[in-house]
Design a protein around this ligand. Structure first.
Ligand code: PLP
Length: 389
């Protein structure tokens, strides 16, 4: 049986070049980067190089990059850090209804500690209006946090315009760029953001490594306390092998960005075209114009996305329903709900994300299986109208 992985937004396989770069740091280069003898310096050199590689991918300076344990940690750190630092100035934070749970659940936590939130809404295509941000700002606003690319429907948000609005009011601006990294060009100086979250495992690097860009001159309290690792900003012995892998993955992402975008877009569009032509009673969610190059989010009427996922798995095909984080809960996706889609239709939604190892044959096989699966499920579903059977 064929194995087709179409869930690149959940995680990506580690590229061979990345793995090869990492391996020596488990064995001969195992030193603690804080140690002053030679093996320590060798480990430290690995970290320094990775910091340059990650910085280069987003147009930052190496000292503006702090490695963390994951993208979620970077998101938590910014919200909790800014809230703590500026609590005497204000208690209002602006974010959006489309954020990842790493942001939304941190907001829930802060709400219990007296902070207030405005969640900017989106239009039917998942797009934000920078004017809505302007209107939401109060003299108690201390932070604006808007994701660059949505993980479920792939919407690309106008971060430069939004950051300019925040800057005009002297408010700090954070963007969760975990889905954007390696999929859209990023230049932090041009964007004008103060903080930017990243994660290695979404760009063909290892799991359990993230980074936070903090603009030079901006300082927030530490999130992890202890040793003086990461220029005193994040305690804990560095995950040297993981960080070195992140660096290599960032270097490859920068080198192959255009190629990657062209490859993903072509296959994603081909998938969309075949589904539109060959599968009846379905629609695509989110803007096609301002979209992650590999993302396709489709609602299939009358049936359940979970059932589609499980039957496709029988054919060796991996897709997701919404985001991996919500797939184990029965709550309908908050992102699709924000688009105004009914709960019933949300439950019929599947996310396909293609990536560097996807081939045209993979897409053909997937559509062939999908057609069988959808028509089978519709035959069994009491919701299917007679004419659609
Ligand atoms: C995956 C993801 C995260 C979390 O990153 P981890 O490294 O898995 O913690 C945060 N935000 C977005 C948009 C993501 O897609």
């Amino acid at each position: 049986m064929r194995n087709v992985y179409l869930d690149y937004s959940a995680t990506t396989p580690v590229k061979e070049e990345v793995l090869q770069e990492m391996l020596p740091y488990f064995t001969e280069k195992f030193g603690n980067a804080s140690s002053l003898y030679t093996p320590g310096l060798i480990a430290k050199q690995g970290l320094d190089k990775a910091r340059e590689q990650v910085a280069a991918l987003i147009g930052a300076e190496p000292r503006e990059i702090t490695f963390t344990g994951c993208g979620s940690e970077s998101d938590n750190w910014v919200l909790l850090g800014v809230a703590d630092k500026l609590k005497d100035k204000g208690n209002h934070i602006i974010t959006t209804v489309e954020e990842h749970h790493a942001i939304l659940h941190t907001c829930d936590y802060l709400e219990k500690h007296g902070f207030e939130f405005t969640y900017l809404g989106v239009d039917g295509e998942g797009r934000l209006d920078p004017e809505e941000l302007e209107k939401a700002i109060t003299d108690r606003t201390i932070l604006v946090s808007v994701m660059m690319v949505n993980n479920e429907i792939g919407t690309i948000h106008p971060i430069k315009e939004l950051a300019a609005v925040a800057k005009k009011h002297k408010i700090l601006f954070h963007t969760d760029a975990v889905q954007a990294l390696g999929n859209v060009p990023i230049d932090v100086k041009d964007l004008g953001v103060d903080f930017l979250s990243m994660s290695a495992h979404k760009i063909y690097g290892p799991k359990g490594v993230g980074a936070l860009y903090t603009r030079k001159g901006v300082k927030i309290p530490n999130y992890l306390h202890g040793g003086a690792q990461e220029n005193g900003k994040r305690a804990g012995t560095e995950n040297t092998a993981g960080i070195v892998g992140f660096g290599k993955a960032a270097e490859l992402a920068k080198e192959h960005l255009e190629e990657h975008i062209a490859h993903s877009t072509a296959l994603r569009d081909y998938l969309a075209e075949r589904i539109r032509a060959e599968v009846p009673d379905c629609f695509i969610n989110g803007s096609m114009e301002h979209r992650h190059p590999g993302n396709l989010n489709v609602t299939f009427k009358y049936i359940e996305g979970e059932s589609i996922l499980l039957l496709l798995d029988q054919f060796g095909i991996c897709v997701s329903t919404g985001s991996a984080c919500s797939s184990k809960s029965l709550k309908p996706s908050h992102v699709l709900a924000a688009l105004g889609i009914s709960d019933e239709l949300i439950h019929g939604t599947v996310r396909f994300t293609v990536g560097d190892f996807t081939t045209k044959e993979d897409i053909d096989y997937t559509v062939d299986c999908l057609k069988m699966v959808v028509s089978r499920l519709r035959e069994l579903s009491p919701l299917t109208p007679k004419e659609a059977r």
